[in-house]
Each structure stands twice: as structure tokens, then as C-alpha cells.
Design a protein around this ligand. Structure first.
Ligand SMILES: Nc1ncnc2c1ncn2[C@@H]1O[C@H](COP(=O)(O)OP(=O)(O)OP(=O)(O)O)[C@@H](O)[C@H]1O
Length: 225
């Protein structure tokens, strides 16, 4: 079956006199994990910010993904320190559903990422790994169609990283979302990605679209970055 694509067209961005993007087009597979890779400073975060409508495109406004509803997961979690874990989760859905349903969803998602026992804790009482799991649960509990992730597992130690990535996979298995995910970690990209897009050059071009990530190995990808 032909995969459904989300097309982003005519991205333009310059900083001072440096052109980062010039009439740049990119496609993402709907409801799959789209990984974006490329050398440091090439423009990955800039692209995420434009396609999600956080930053303005230079020139004509683009048809961004904003209208689909977006959840963000960054390297640093954005938990609110003065709210408990449970309150942090409920905050993003309390206007959408009845109180009973909000309670149910909160319980369900905290359980899915394995942190139910911390529901009454405050973020500063928790480790970075637990905080990031809560952050992921919060991104998923909100009924967004798109999840934008910018190196979310970068500062997590290897042991916790594996657990967190597995929680993330479990959430994706439960419900389909279009994930647009920037990472420098090739293993992470191969493990999670359905499509890997490698960016490079100045202005940026797509150096390679890897549309089938089965049977890829680290060296295949490393050589392309
Ligand atoms: N607000 C800004 N003002 C001026 N230059 C900027 C600004 N934001 C980004 N840049 C420049 O644009 C280029 C792309 O930056 P960007 O952060 O998008 O790269 P990146 O690929 O995400 O990098 P990394 O992998 O290191 O996170 C860099 O040269 C950066 O210095």
C-alpha cells in the first residue's frame, strides 16, 4: 500500500547573510517515525521550528504542520516545577475531556511509561530519566497528530535510555502518530525510524532519503552523514 505523505514546501531561512534553507522541500510519512539527521549546525532544529510553526518562514508563509496539532519533546523536559507529576499531565488535557476521563487518561499514560508510583511527586524530586518519561507521557496524552522531537534522549544514560525508548515504542504501538525526530544517534535512528532523512550542504539539501530502515546497519548510515 502506498504510504501517505505530509509535504512541506518552500522552506526559506537565512540568518544574517547566511542562507540556511532556500526553497527547500521535504516529505514525511504520515503515522510513522521520520528521523532527521545531519552534521551539527546544518539546520535541523531550524527546520523543526519552521515546520511546526514555532518560527516564521522567510518569505511566504508555508503550510506547516501546526494545524494538525503538535506535541514537542525536547532534550530538556518542560515539566512545570510547581505542579505534581499528575498535575503536569492533566494540565494539557483538562480542557478537552470530562474530569473522570482526564483522571483515567492520566493514570493510563503514567502506567504506560512506567512511572505511576511518582504521580504525587514534584519534578525536582525526580531523576532526569523519570522526568523525561513523564514528558513523553504528556506529549502522547495530548491528542496531537504530530510529535516533534529534538534529541530527546541525549542526556539520558545508556541504561535508562533503553527503557525510555522502549516506553516510547510502546506508546507508538498503542496509537499512530507522525513523529518527526532529530537525533545524532545512529543506533537510535535505526531502532526507531521508519524513514531516515539525511540533510547536508549549504543551503541545505536532502542528501539521502532512506525509506526502508530494515536491515540497515550503523556503517550504512554513518557514511551518509
Ligand atoms: N537565532 C539564530 N540567529 C543566528 N543564527 C542562527 C540562529 N539559530 C540558528 N542559527 C544558525 O543556523 C545554523 C543552523 O542551526 P541549527 O540549530 O538549526 O542546527 P542543527 O543542525 O540543529 O545543529 P545541532 O545538531 O548542533 O543541534 C547554525 O549555523 C546556527 O548557528
Amino acid at each position: 500500500m502506498e504510504k501517505v505523505k505530509l509535504n512541506i514546501k518552500n522552506v526559506n531561512k537565512s540568518y544574517n547573510d547566511k542562507i540556511i534553507f532556500e526553497n527547500f522541500n521535504i516529505d514525511f510519512y504520515k503515522d510513522e517515525v521520520n528521523i532527521i539527521m545531519g552534521k551539527s549546525g546544518c539546520g535541523k532544529s531550524t527546520l523543526l521550528n519552521i515546520i511546526s510553526g514555532v518560527n516564521k518562514n522567510d518569505g511566504e508563509e508555508i503550510d506547516s504542520l501546526k494545524n494538525l496539532g503538535i506535541s514537542y519533546i525536547f532534550q530538556e523536559d518542560r515539566l512545570i516545577e510547581w505542579l505534581s507529576v499528575e498535575e503536569n499531565i492533566k494540565l494539557v488535557i483538562k480542557k478537552l475531556y470530562s474530569k473522570t476521563h482526564v483522571d483515567e487518561l492520566c493514570e493510563e499514560y503514567l502506567k504506560l511509561v512506567g512511572v505511576s508510583e511518582y504521580k504525587n511527586y514534584y519534578p525536582q524530586m525526580l531523576s532526569g530519566g523519570i522526568r523525561q518519561r513523564i514528558n513523553i507521557a504528556r506529549a502522547f496524552v495530548y491528542p496531537s497528530k504530530v510529535i516533534v522531537m529534538d534529541e530527546p534522549f541525549k542526556s539520558i544514560d545508556i541504561k535508562n535510555k533503553k527503557n525510555i525508548i522502549d516506553s516510547f515504542k510502546l506508546l507508538l504501538k498503542k496509537e499512530k502518530r507522525t513523529v518527526i525526530f532529530v537525533t545524532h544517534d545512529i543506533e537510535e535512528a535505526i531502532y526507531l525510524g521508519d524513514k531516515i532523512i539525511i540533510l547536508g550542504g549549504s543551503p541545505i539539501k536532502i542528501k539521502k532519503n532512506i525509506n526502508d530502515c530494515n536491515h540497515l546497519n550503523k556503517e550504512d548510515v554513518a557514511i551518509l552523514i
